[in-house]
Design a binder for this molecule. Sequence first.
Ligand code: IPD
Length: 270
Amino acid sequence: MKSSRFPSLQKSAVAAARGAGGLMRLHLRRTKKVNESCHHDIKLDLDVRCQRAITRLLARDFPGIPVLGEEGIDERVRAAEARWVVDPIDGTVNFAHGIPHAAVSIALQVREGDAYATKVGVVYDPFMDELWTAIVGRPALLNGRRIHVSKRRNLGESIVSLGFAKSTESLDHMLPVFNELVHRVRKIRLMGSAALALTYVADGRFDGYVESGIRLWDIAAGGLIVQCAGGVFEPGDTAEEFRHSLNCNNRIIDRELKAAVVAGLARGAR
Ligand code: IPD
């Protein structure tokens, strides 16, 4: 796919994200239909409706590009030249409880050999009306203005966000990391939306973000936005398809953060 197509792909992704964001705003304080719930997660009917609305708009503009989404996977995504990676509501549990911290996340990925690389990223927070965008090789933007990761030089003055995924294993995995980091950083933040944690690293509000067991649709768009803002975005593969461990930071604290995570994991293994 030619890079000259990326701006028009981004335009559609922005329109789709704004459309789904409008639905989220409308429903924040309303009673929501729950399709499924388990101990650490909730799935709403609105997740499905938002993904449908996004898919409709993207398919109208780019009929040949399949969608890999939290609420359904088009089987063509494993072989297509390009694919959309969509989380219609990232931060569903926040949203379900009426907490206005959730976002729409849409990435365009292009096949490179056996893997896919993100070329376009859009994250939209409908409650703050903040739109983060990136096209590979260009600066990351927040509402059209260039953004950059923080310049904080050490972990001691940093805010590091942690994500706690849904499985007991990933919670058990992250708790020792929490116990280690909480003593080394200025503040830990657990906000409940991976896409927003990444964009907050991209524009310097946070200095790092760490999670284990995160899904591709939560992080694909935000990851490119972090990279285009000068930060480190390192998703590690796991045994499960589309599931990753994640290290993200402002680049300056990279070594210190990784060492602290390793120390936390070692503490957990004892
Ligand atoms: C979740 C959020 C949360 C992260 C979980 C994700 P969802 O996504 O991003 O911050 O810790 O791992 O699953 O389910 O709200 O789209």
